[in-house]
Design a protein around this ligand. Structure first.
Ligand SMILES: C[S@@+](CC[C@H](N)C(=O)[O-])C[C@H]1O[C@@H](n2cnc3c(N)ncnc32)[C@H](O)[C@@H]1O
Length: 192
């Protein structure tokens, strides 16, 4: 058995080429992307959230699994990298690109529409303000984070942050989480 993805989003090759030109090394692994697409396909016409667009690799994977009636909001603080994502995926009317700090964005979400899926790929909503993020999720919603295993892009103080997050997982109320030592290290959780 090998676990390389069978299908890739059509835009992925060009997105990753632009990422290399921009020296952006934080796009999700292909196996993670494939899982995102599979999970997205299991939620027809659902509302998706990505915190940390990067150059749009994860966005492309999510969009490739989403049905025509699904909708994805993706939030990124760095306009330069999100510009690359917009260039490749901006034609897709199912995707809303938000240029904002996810911390500020979380504060602004009061009684707004709830989400059925969240891929959280920056500190707010993962290492910070997890309860605020979980408050935006419908019952049955999925919550996915990656990069739980050491990455070359990590700052030196980051391991302790990840360790703390993993240690706190069993104490999070109203969710059912599975840590996965696979791909870049994932946690997949369901809101209950
Ligand atoms: C790991 S990368 C995202 C990769 C992308 N989700 C993917 O799967 O290909 C993390 C991104 O989060 C962005 N970011 C970091 N802190 C942020 C914040 N507070 N608010 C929004 N975006 C943030 C970074 O600029 C970076 O582009």
């Amino acid at each position: 058995m090998h676990d390389a993805p069978h299908q890739r989003p059509p835009q992925l090759h060009a997105i990753l080429a632009d990422a290399e030109r921009a020296a952006f090394a934080m796009s999700c692994e292909e196996r993670t992307g494939s899982l995102l697409a599979t999970l997205a396909a299991s939620k027809p016409d659902a509302r998706f959230l990505e915190l940390g667009t990067g150059v749009g690799a994860g966005t492309a994977w999510l969009a490739s699994g989403m049905t025509a009636g699904a909708y994805l909001t993706t939030v990124e603080a760095d306009d330069t990298v999100q510009h690359i994502a917009r260039q490749h995926l901006g034609h897709d009317s199912r995707i809303e690109f938000v240029h904002a700090d996810a911390d500020t964005w979380l504060t602004e979400q009061q009684d707004t529409q709830l989400f059925d899926f969240a891929y959280v790929d920056c500190r707010p909503g993962k290492y910070l303000r997890l309860p605020d993020l979980l408050a935006l999720l419908n019952p049955g919603a999925l919550y996915v984070v990656d990069d739980m295993l050491p990455q070359v892009t990590w700052p030196t103080d980051h391991q302790a942050r990840v360790d703390g997050f993993l240690e706190r997982l069993p104490e999070v109320p109203n969710w059912r989480a599975t840590p996965m030592s696979w791909s870049s290290g994932l946690v997949v959780a369901a809101r209950i």
